[in-house]
Every structure is written in C-alpha cells, then in structure tokens.
Write a protein that binds this ligand. Structure first.
Ligand SMILES: N[C@@H](CCC(=O)N[C@@H](CS)C(=O)NCC(=O)O)C(=O)O
Length: 207
C-alpha cells in the first residue's frame, strides 16, 4: 500500500498529524506502507496526477492495489478493517454509532481548532503569509477550552473507548502537537496520562 504524504516542513513531530495518524495505525497493525513523499513548496500536491487521486490536493492519500482513499479518518477505518482480529473498530450498531459519534465529534470540534492554530502559527508564516490572527487564535482556544474537558472526562479508562480503537490514533497525533501550538494540556490529566500510555507503545516515537 502506498501512502502519499508531505515532506516535513515545520516543527510538529512526525510532520502532518493527519498523515501520522495513518502511519501510527499501520505500525500498530503491522501493515507495511510504501511512503510517497511530496513537496508542497514545489507545488507537488497540485500536480494533475496527484489531483486525479485526491482532488483536494491534500495529504494523506492511500493507494491499495488501485483503490484510492483520502480523508485520514476513512483511511483509519479501512486499515483497521484489514486486521479484524485486532478489534480496533466496533461491532454492533450501538458500538459502531458510538465510535462514529466520537470520530465525528473529533473532526468537527477539537481538530479544526488545532488546525486553525497550526495554520496561524506555523503554516501561514512558513509560506510568507500573515498569520497569528488574534481573533482566529482566540476562537480556537475558546473551542479547545470547551471541548478538551469533554475528552478528558471520557478518558477515565485506559483508552478513549476503554479498549484501544482507531479513535486513539485519530486523536493522539494532533494532541501531541498541541504544546507546540501553545495549547497547554497540563490541566487535562487524563489526556496527559493517556498520551504517555500511547507513547509507551514500541513503535510510537519512531513513527
Ligand atoms: N480532513 C483531512 C485533512 C487533510 C489536510 O488538511 N492535510 C494537510 C496536511 S495536515 C494538507 O494536506 N494541507 C495542504 C493544503 O491544505 O494545501 C484529513 O483528515 O485527511
């Protein structure tokens, strides 16, 4: 399987958190990925041959024997489905709906707020654009102040759903990047100890 990813540009560990979600899950599942690394500064995300795979011109994109898939959360589901014995998805309508509830919650609320901070503080300045817009930064922090406590309360077990699931891989890379975006996680002790548990997995710090 090929994973289209970007060259590391900034200071975020492992580069794009959306790509790192996929690499971490593949490592957990023992699935081999062949990385195809593109350079956004050379316009490689907008090349017609890449846009034919992912019309958004974004990463990650997965290619598996002619099957092309984008959106990191969808890719996590697909990879986990290849290793059903690892039980990182959910079984039964209620469990599946709850997994989706948390996945949609993550991609609707905390992740866009973290993305806005990355955009204002790292990406725009890196591309010579004016970043650090005070009102965007303040809105993002307000959203995180609202939604991170929801996750902190949910994390009273070992992992987001109690057992390990794709949710841990969807959430953790952005939260690991949070301190570099001036988001303090110190007040969220369950989030901090859950991240420490994930970091203890043998591959985590290498991916
Ligand atoms: N919702 C998408 C977001 C993908 C995304 O925004 N990727 C960033 C890297 S983290 C990107 O490709 N940015 C380049 C651009 O927007 O032009 C996903 O989860 O896969």
């Amino acid at each position: 399987m090929r994973l289209y990813q970007g060259r590391q540009l900034g200071t975020i560990k492992g580069g794009s958190p959306n790509v790192r979600k996929v690499r971490l899950l593949a490592a957990e599942l023992g699935l081999e990925l062949e990385p195809v690394t593109m350079d956004i500064t050379k316009g490689e995300y907008r090349l017609p041959e890449y846009l034919a795979k992912n019309p958004n011109g974004k990463v990650p994109t997965l290619e598996d024997d002619g099957f092309v898939l984008w959106e990191s959360a969808a890719i996590l589901r697909y990879l986990a489905g290849k290793r059903p014995e690892k039980s990182l998805l959910a079984a039964g309508p209620r469990s599946e709906a709850l997994l989706d509830q948390w996945l949609f919650w993550w991609t609707s609320h905390p992740e866009p707020a973290l993305w806005q901070l990355a955009s204002e503080k790292l990406i725009k300045p890196r591309f010579g654009r004016t970043g650090n817009d005070a009102s965007i930064v303040a809105n993002a922090h307000a959203d995180l102040a609202r939604f991170l406590p929801v996750l902190d309360r949910k994390l009273d077990g070992e992992f987001v759903l109690g057992r390990l699931s794709i949710l841990d891989f969807a959430f953790a890379p952005w939260l690991e990047a949070a301190p570099g975006l001036a988001v303090e996680l110190g007040a969220h002790s369950n989030i901090a100890s859950w991240l420490a548990r994930l970091r203890a997995r043998p591959y985590w710090n290498e991916v």
